[in-house]
Design a protein around this ligand. Structure first.
Ligand SMILES: NC(=O)c1ccc[n+]([C@@H]2O[C@H](COP(=O)([O-])OP(=O)(O)OC[C@H]3O[C@@H](n4cnc5c(N)ncnc54)[C@H](O)[C@@H]3O)[C@@H](O)[C@H]2O)c1
Length: 308
């Protein structure tokens, strides 16, 4: 295509997309139906995974719940049934172990069917300064928070591609967009998860698989216990998020095919700043917002459940 023509096309479409985004601020987006979809959630035994399962429960989906904790998973299943879930299947799976992910994925395909909404949510945090973190915990963090996403995609994406239908959801973190002092391994794992999800989303686009959607979720601290004791310096600007609110926003983002969900809204502004400010200005802003020193007060969860 001619250079001028192609440039003009990009400009016109950019104006159109911006107008569309502006209108969406006032007119709520149409929600898609998920009746009959098979939704798999990793780390469904507590926190955000459980609450997302409960949000999906009344929507006519079948749920496949994975967790390393059988007890937690069973409790989520019980609550989901109470909330009207049609079918709930629980599986113990250690997402840090590639062989276990493939084994349980095969079992799901045999026993339940092809997953059409995949929610990679399981996550752990060591909560140690980089030089204090044992190698084994750093590796585990990367295995659960990033590598597990590779293996679940390998297991479930082929069926989605064959049907040109599906939704890939990455529960990442705002720590995957902005580095945080004291969370080096966690940030690296979340940056990796975001880069991975973005790249495969683009692979789907270039392969013409426009029926496969992606949603990448980047919340600030949530009050689930994962970052126990964490305080926020300016709660109005950067509040510690309520888990039920986050779960509702995640499901709404999936139903409206929203690609990026940053929570709270101030994160969109901070991201724009990060991309245009100088290093020292950005560090100053981080200090002002208290995202470095406040972490010192944070006794990140280190129970065997999360770090085993
Ligand atoms: N809590 C926060 O402040 C916060 C902020 C941003 C992003 N996130 C992300 O949200 C996701 C959910 O976090 P949460 O706050 O609900 O945490 P949570 O600790 O309450 O839940 C995590 C779940 O993952 C499970 N899990 C841990 N290791 C596993 C493994 N190897 N295999 C299978 N399951 C495993 C746990 O048993 C648990 O049920 C995580 O990916 C986390 O990184 C959390």
């Amino acid at each position: 295509m001619n250079f001028l023509l192609e440039t003009l096309q990009v400009l016109v479409l950019s104006v159109y997309f911006n107008l569309e985004a502006f209108l969406k601020l006032f007119i709520p987006s149409r929600k898609k139906s998920v009746v009959g979809e098979l939704v798999l959630i990793t780390g469904a035994g507590s926190g955000i995974g459980r609450l997302v399962a409960l949000e999906f429960a009344p929507l006519g989906v079948s749920l496949v719940l994975w967790d390393i904790s059988q007890e937690g998973n069973k409790e989520t299943a019980r609550l989901a049934k109470e909330k009207g879930a049609r079918k709930v299947h629980t599986y113990v799976c250690d997402c840090s172990d590639k062989a276990d992910v493939y084994r349980v994925a095969d079992q799901v395909k045999r026993e339940v069917g092809d997953v059409s909404i995949l929610i990679n949510n399981a996550g752990i945090v060591t909560g140690k300064k980089f030089m204090d973190a044992p190698d084994s915990l750093i590796e585990k963090t990367l295995e659960v928070n990033t590598m597990a996403h590779f293996w679940t995609y390998k297991a479930f994406l082929p069926a989605m591609m064959a049907n040109n239908h599906g939704h890939l959801v990455s529960i990442a973190s705002s720590a995957g967009l902005i580095g945080v002092s004291g969370l080096a391994d966690y940030c690296a794992s979340k940056f990796g998860a975001i880069g991975f999800a973005e790249s495969v989303a683009l692979e789907m686009l270039t392969a013409g698989k426009d029926g496969i959607k992606t949603t990448i979720v980047c919340p600030y601290f949530i009050n689930t216990g994962m970052f126990d004791g964490c305080q926020t310096k300016w709660p109005r600007l950067l509040p510690i998020l309520d888990p039920a609110y986050v779960a509702k926003k995640i499901v709404n983002a999936i139903l409206t095919d929203q690609v990026y969900l940053l929570l709270p809204r101030a994160m969109y502004v901070l991201m724009a700043f990060k991309n245009c400010l100088q290093w020292n200005q950005a560090a100053l802003l981080g200090l002002y917002l208290g995202v470095f020193d406040k972490l010192e007060e944070c006794k990140a969860h280190q129970s065997p459940k999360k770090l085993c």
